[in-house]
Design a protein around this ligand. Structure first.
Ligand code: PEP
Ligand code: MG
Length: 593
């Protein structure tokens, strides 16, 4: 997206860089279509192996370099690329293209890579789709090794000022070669947060923005730009004021980073002494350690969709039980709230063969799928019961709209426990069952649902989506997706009061709990448990310690009378600005001259 001088993409590595742009041509080399004669086949295959071996050695060197610069985990990115070049099936196919179709080594290599790329690009696995850039990296290297030309896309202008590199696509090989003293920022037209190049940019501490569609054709090398890896923007030809403000924002960001480092050891209590529990939302196994290191007192939302997405078969009971137990033990003595499959909407794994629906977000989703597919649900419930033998695992139900859904689930939990007992398997009795309040129907039925539940948790992402009839994933409606809309605010009050009447803990596990201004509202309304993404934990702790209950309550009660989201935001901001230096959070206004 672009508005005159401003290009907006996705910020994938935080920080601000100011400097001249350097457009990097990492386009693929042109491969001629000439054929070879039969007596050249052997020579061509030898050329292929020579080139592959040279590239393999380059990648080994990059791997060592990455290990030193970024760490052993990041170095594994290159192990995967090396493995590809050592894959006998892959190489065998290329050899066959040379011998049977009499293609040159470069043409055969390109042909095979294009075939693999097409499969990966269409794959339902996000991981494979994101690895296409790695494949392009190998393709460039091998083709260059065969046809000649610069193998490495390194900058080599000694003495030149540090630049912001802009490329169509960043390969990991390129990214790791960018020296911090030569390159202050990185930008690309393609790629997302999870691309390997993005991971490396974060490890190397270089601000990076990806997804700047069409940017390369609109700018010229040498033009000055401000790259903001936090906001995901590139601003061309900035004024002196804009440059000064960019440096100010960077100063604030660094100060905030120091504050967040220091807060980890401090308790999560408000300035007037009320404890606010901080739990983590865990989507992927690798987030468990981050959540733990960032001081989560338990997991308030363990999403289980990763267990099935991208797989052709559903995971079995033992596999799930082991995973739940492992996470449960890691957080002992705190609880781990496992959410049953929240499938449907935009997430349907191949294993389900679900039909296309006109309105998937109002369709066969979440608890509806689980109850209609009792075998699938039973496996998951049994896994939770088995994990509960050794860990404080709890079950949470997504997208509930009917009391009957909770009643039926409880019956199934009872049946599964009886089965496990009859089978002589170890399991934990009394699996707590909680409900996500994330539909207007559940909010309206909060008293009845609370009566049937052991705990409640508000999914503010879906609650906002369904309350306001605004698709949470529609970029065009992003401004209208507002969790501070009075309808949402009043619904939150109704929910927290309902939970309180029933004597239940009500946590918040939607994104709202990790945003500074909405957090004021949640605390002011009476929520005392926040479950947030692992990376947001230090910020939420830092915020909690600056808020006071009395002030937050009076801001929240004013917000309850507001007529618009803007009015709610401004009331909360006024309160927050008295206690928090909003500039540190990038929220305050910056000088205009
Ligand atoms: C929510 O809807 O707020 C929530 C936490 O669940 P998810 O984002 O997984 O739908
Ligand atoms: Mg939800």
């Amino acid at each position: 997206m672009k508005s005159s001088r401003l290009f907006t993409g996705v910020g994938v590595s935080p920080g601000i860089a100011v400097g001249p742009l350097y457009l990097l041509g990492t386009d693929l080399p042109d491969v001629s279509h000439r054929a070879i004669s039969e007596d050249q086949v052997e020579e061509e295959i030898a050329r292929l192996h020579g080139a592959v071996e040279r590239v393999r050695q380059q990648l080994e060197e990059l791997k060592d370099r990455t290990k030193t610069l970024a760490g052993p985990e990041e170095a594994k990115i290159f192990s995967a690329q090396i493995a590809m070049l050592e894959d006998q099936e892959f190489l065998g196919d290329i050899e066959r293209l040379v011998s049977e179709n009499q293609l040159t080594a470069e043409r055969a290599f390109e042909f095979k890579v294009l075939e693999v790329r097409a499969v990966w690009a269409r794959s339902s696995s996000a991981t494979l789709r994101q690895r296409v850039a790695d494949l392009v990296g190998i393709q460039i290297r091998v083709l260059r090794a065969l046809i000649g030309g610069e193998t490495d896309e390194v900058l080599n202008e000694n003495g030149a000022p540090p630049v912001i590199v802009l490329a169509r696509e960043l390969t990991p090989g390129l990214t790791v070669q960018l020296q911090k003293d030569q390159v202050v920022g990185i930008a690309s037209e393609r790629g997302t947060r999870t691309a390997h190049a993005a991971i490396l940019a974060r490890s190397l501490g270089i601000p990076c923005v990806m997804g700047l569609v069409g940017c390369m054709d609109e700018v010229q090398s040498g033009a000055t730009a401000i790259l903001d890896g936090t906001l995901g923007t590139v601003l061309l030809d900035p004024s002196d004021v804009e440059i000064r403000n960019a440096h100010r924002r960077e100063g604030h960001r660094l100060e905030m980073a120091r504050e967040l480092d220091a807060v980890l050891e401090q308790p999560s209590v408000t300035s007037d002494g009320t404890a606010v529990s901080l739990w983590a939302n865990v989507d992927l196994p690798e987030e468990v350690e981050v959540a733990h290191d960032n001081g989560a007192s338990g997991v308030g939302l363990l999403r289980t969709e990763f267990l099935v997405i991208g797989r052709t078969e559903l995971p079995g009971e033992v596999e799930q039980a082991e995973f739940f137990e492992r996470v449960g033990k890691r957080f002992a003595p705190y609880p781990v709230v496992v959410r049953s499959y929240d499938l449907g909407g935009d997430k349907f794994p191949a294993a389900f063969h679900a039909e296309r629906e006109a309105n998937p977000f109002l369709g066969w989703r979440a608890i509806r799928v689980c109850l209609d597919e009792p075998d699938v649900f039973r496996t998951q419930i049994r896994a939770m019961l088995r994990a509960r033998a050794t860990a404080d695992v709890r079950l949470m139900l997504p997208l509930v709209t009917e009391v009957e859904e909770v009643i039926r689930t409880r019956e199934m939990v009872g049946e599964a426990a009886a089965e496990l007992k009859a089978e002589g398997l170890e399991f934990g009795e009394d699996l707590p069952v909680g409900v996500m309040i994330e539909t207007p129907a559940a909010a309206a039925l909060v008293d009845e649902l609370a009566e049937l539940s052991d705990f409640l948790s508000v999914g503010t992402n879906d609650l906002t989506q369904y309350m306001l009839a605004v698709d949470r994933g529609n970029a065009r409606l992003a401004d209208r997706f507002n969790s501070l809309h009075p309808a949402v605010v009043r619904s939150l009050k109704q929910i927290v009061d309902g939970g309180r009447r029933a004597g239940l803990d009500v946590s918040v596990c939607g994104e709202m709990a990790s945003e500074p201004i909405p957090l004021v509202l949640l605390i002011g309304l009476g929520f005392r448990v926040m479950s947030v993404s692992p990376a947001s934990l230090p910020l939420v702790r830092w915020l909690v310690r600056r808020l006071d209950i009395e002030g937050a309550e009076s801001a929240a009660s004013a917000a309850l009378k507001a007529r618009s989201g803007a009015e709610v935001a401004s009331l909360l901001e006024d309160y927050a600005a008295e206690r928090i230096d909003l500039a540190l959070l990038g929220l305050g206004r910056l000088p205009t001259d």
